[in-house]
Design a protein around this ligand. Structure first.
Ligand code: HEC
Length: 117
């Protein structure tokens, strides 16, 4: 048997590059900028964390210290956040802190990238 040469591997390489490129194209359509899926997810997590810190932690720090949102725990808490904010609409609690339409949309987009069930 001959050693596999670069020429023999080339078609495989080209197919691999085509597949990688096309999956990147598909997933970036949902993002307004052309990011791959993973960077889109990371970007959304960052934006969600900013909202959770400014609109939720401000109160939780005093009234519910066991539920302070951090980079490390928000993925695990996504189902609870979904339930409280979108299903039961209990949070943000009270009338003083409100989420803007934009903030609801960002949280919603982030939740779509998370495992909820
Ligand atoms: C003004 C205070 C306040 C704000 C603002 C607030 N929370 Fe809460 N949150 C509470 C308190 C108090 C509790 C515990 C008692 C309860 O569940 O009502 C709680 C509980 C929770 C729980 C746990 C519920 C459970 O029992 O599983 C989640 C999840 C939660 N909040 C999410 C959020 C999110 C997300 C936001 C921001 C969008 C938010 N909260 C904003 C006061 C607040």
């Amino acid at each position: 048997m001959k050693e596999p040469s670069f020429k023999m591997l080339l078609p495989g390489l080209i197919v691999a590059i085509l597949i990688l490129n096309s999956s990147d194209l598909n997933s970036s359509q949902s993002a307004s900028v052309s990011l791959g899926w993973n960077s889109y997810k990371t970007q959304l997590s960052k934006e969600a964390l900013t909202i959770l810190e400014t609109k939720c932690n401000v109160c939780h720090r005093r009234q519910n210290p066991l539920m302070i949102f951090k980079e490390k725990n928000i993925a695990k808490r996504a189902p609870k956040i979904y339930k409280q904010v979108f299903l039961e609409k209990r949070m943000p609690k009270g009338d003083e802190i409100r989420l803007s339409q934009e903030e609801y949309r960002t949280l919603e987009k982030w939740l779509f990238t998370q495992k909820l069930f």
